[in-house]
Ligand binder design. Structure first.
Ligand SMILES: NC(=O)c1ccc[n+]([C@@H]2O[C@H](COP(=O)([O-])OP(=O)(O)OC[C@H]3O[C@@H](n4cnc5c(N)ncnc54)[C@H](OP(=O)(O)O)[C@@H]3O)[C@@H](O)[C@H]2O)c1
Length: 220
């Protein structure tokens, strides 16, 4: 049987670590996009192993970063993937909105909106071309996730939005700050991968109890 693989974009973050863990726990492998070797080391440390994880260095905030990754996959230089989970993030800050400068806003829009948009735009055709039930998971792009869910309603790609309403951090930080850990949150992605009925949906994770009792609703 073919072993499936998930491309995780933003793999080294709190949510990315959860996606990597969820993918590995479900028996899949991971192709993780990282910005440099230090980020790769961070990923292996949080996951506890490098087994089942391939790494590719690319700039996810640039217009061409993910395109280059897909080209390398198509050329057989990187392993193929059937699923994409994108969760690049901007700054986590408590600066009041009224004090956020335009420069800072734009930097964050690039790190959050643009990077996740590029990840969708530049992988979706590759997923659709496959004769295989694939998935695309989006965290940070609420309205785009709706358009993507509509566009893929009748394709082989299940597009879902994960709407997370509380704080998740990598295990050590979570223990220190008393918040939910990436290892716990990984169950959400594991369940999405396992359940073909979850498609075109918002998976609403409003409280930690929702992790084990997943709630989802069609987005349109
Ligand atoms: N954590 C939560 O509880 C939570 C809750 C609700 C929504 N969200 C949303 O989920 C998304 C991810 O959150 P998170 O907590 O996982 O964020 P995070 O821990 O800050 O991770 C951000 C990820 O994006 C990458 N990244 C950021 N800027 C980059 C850049 N300029 N170039 C390359 N890579 C860059 C980071 O790579 P490096 O490791 O190399 O820095 C990391 O992989 C965010 O949009 C956030 O708003 C999170």
């Amino acid at each position: 049987m073919m072993i499936e693989r998930v491309l995780v974009v933003g793999a080294t973050g709190n949510i990315g670590i959860a996606a990597v863990k969820g993918a590995l726990r479900s028996g899949r492998q991971v192709l993780a996009v990282v910005r440099n070797q230090a980020s790769a080391d961070k990923l292996f440390k949080h996951v506890g192993s490098s087994e089942g994880i391939d790494i590719v260095e690319a700039s996810v905030v640039s217009d061409t970063g993910i395109k280059t990754v897909v080209h390398q996959v198509k050329a057989g230089k990187l392993p193929p993937f059937q699923h994409v989970y994108t969760c690049v993030g901007g700054e986590y800050t408590d600066v009041p909105l009224k004090d956020i400068t335009t420069d800072r806003l734009r930097k964050n829009m690039n790190m959050s909106f643009e990077a996740n948009f590029f990840a969708y735009r530049d992988t979706i055709e590759y997923l659709q071309e496959q004769n295989h039930p694939n998935t695309m998971g989006q965290g940070p792009l609420f309205s785009m996730a709706t358009a993507a869910a509509r566009e893929n309603e009748k394709t082989n790609v299940r597009v879902n939005e994960v709407y997370l309403m509380f704080r998740v951090e990598v295990d050590e930080a979570a223990a220190e700050h008393g918040v939910t850990s990436s290892s716990e949150f990984a169950s959400v992605y594991e369940e999405i991968l396992a359940n073909p009925e979850i498609r075109g949906s918002r998976v609403r994770v409003a409280t930690p109890a929702d992790i084990k009792n997943l709630k989802w609703a069609k987005k349109f």
